[in-house]
Design a protein around this ligand. Structure first.
Ligand code: NAD
Ligand code: DAU
Length: 361
């Protein structure tokens, strides 16, 4: 049996991963360590048995060490500040959590797992394709050998954390793997990222703020495919290696937004009760959601294009995304429509009262 420490397991991808792992590896033990920042939500793990939740900070090295000494042999490291726009307005938090937090985890792992004759272990670091910078329209997609060229405080902090993980392998022999993936979407994503923000804005009749010309390209990866990719890294990845994980869905933002608007319109036509639930939506009056599209000032330093070459993950891990964007998006829209209580509580912060009562240390 494996005992996983999932850092950031109450956030978007971390929570999806905990649900995924519980379902596919029911005999493994899982401990989640999460500071419950604005992006973390204890309720994302509701309904799961056999998951121990620790409300704490990855920068608390002693806490992490004490958890690892309880028999944990695998760390899956998601905890981070993850939103590019926030990093532009407040970069220090990104260095604190993403760089110093990763250093703290590595230090605790080194002290616990490499002491004496050592303990079998794995440290899997979850990172991003943004570390490779921005592509021109005809550039080849990012491979694992593409030089690092991060452009935002967020991606710079993730790049620094990747380098620390690499160094702990080469210098101290820590058994690490790293995955660099593209833009995730799916259930439990905080409504500050493009897809959930625009979906909820469309339901409320609020503008859809498109940065610049909307021609930026991202490779969209359904979060469950990402979880399968991380599982493949843990089970089949070679220690010391990095793997790029993509969704095989390279799309300009405007295409994503048009798809989203058309899907919302279709959902209102198919289900008349939506007009009563969301009376401010243009779709409730038979108007197109794309009437809400508004061009706004571009994000400073906005990367133009990301694309993933996943040849290595396919060849070594047998990884391939299972969901097309259309299929994954339909599932995501259905989830947000069925879980209005979740996103309302996340957005108004009311879930925090419950967290404060139940989970203070
Ligand atoms: P998220 O912002 O939804 O969640 C981050 C989680 O980390 C939250 O639960 C938060 O409470 C927790 N956290 C933050 N600081 C912490 C600290 N100091 N100690 C403990 N917990 C802390 O992020 P996400 O979108 O789920 O991303 C997870 C990881 O995947 C990040 O490392 C991110 O860089 C990476 N990633 C995300 C995407 C994406 O599209 N979302 C793509 C590529 C890589
Ligand atoms: O590529 C992986 C990265 O994807 C992750 O490492 C990050 O954690 C994650 O946040 C995401 O970064 P992006 O900046 O690509 O995602 P975001 O959802 O913020 O924006 C997607 C695109 O949509 C981007 O080109 C900016 C644009 N955008 C975004 C928002 C929030 C808009 O045009 N308007 C918006 O309001």
């Amino acid at each position: 049996m494996t005992h996983l420490l999932v850092t950031g397991g109450a956030g978007f991808i971390g929570a999806n991963f905990v649900h995924y792992w519980r379902q596919h590896h029911p005999d493994d033990a899982i401990t989640v360590l999460d500071a419950l920042t604005y992006a973390g939500n204890r309720a994302n793990l509701d309904g799961l048995d056999g998951v121990t939740f620790i409300h704490g900070d990855i920068r608390d090295t002693e806490l992490v060490e004490s958890l690892l000494k309880g028999g944990i042999d695998t760390i899956v490291h998601f905890a981070a500040e993850s939103h590019v726009d926030r990093s532009i307005h407040g970069p220090a938090a990104f260095v604190d959590t993403n760089v110093l937090g990763t250093l703290s985890l590595l230090t605790a792992a080194q002290r616990t797992w490499l002491a004496g004759s050592g303990t079998p272990h794995r440290f899997h670091h979850v990172s991003t394709d943004e570390v490779y910078g921005s592509l021109g329209p005809d550039d080849p997609a990012f491979s694992e050998t593409t030089p690092y060229a991060p452009n935002s405080p967020y991606s710079a902090s993730k790049a620094a954390s990747d380098h620390l993980v690499r160094a702990w392998h080469h210098t101290y022999g820590l058994q690490v793997t790293t995955s660099n993936c593209s833009n995730n979407y799916g259930p439990y994503q905080f409504p500050e990222k493009l897809i959930p923000l625009f979906l909820i804005n469309a339901l409320h009749g609020r503008n859809l703020p498109i940065y610049g010309d909307g021609g930026q390209v991202r490779d969209w990866l359904h979060v469950e495919d990402h979880c399968r990719g991380i599982e493949a890294c843990l089970l089949k990845g070679r220690v010391g290696e990095t793997y790029n994980i993509g969704g095989g869905a390279e799309l300009p933002n405007m295409t994503v937004i048009d798809t989203l608007c058309a899907a919302v319109d279709a959902a209102f036509r198919a289900d008349p009760s939506l007009a009563a639930r969301f009376p401010d939506a243009p779709a409730a009056r038979g108007q197109p959601s794309n009437s809400l599209k508004t061009t706004v000032t571009d994000r400073p330093g906005h990367d133009r294009r990301y694309a993933i070459d996943e040849t290595k993950a396919r060849a070594e891990l047998g990884y391939a995304p299972a969901r097309s964007f259309d299929e994954g998006f339909a599932q995501t829209l259905a989830w947000y429509l069925a879980n209005e209580g979740w996103w309302r509580a996340v957005m108004d912060g009311s879930y925090r009262d419950w967290v404060a009562t139940n989970y203070t240390r």
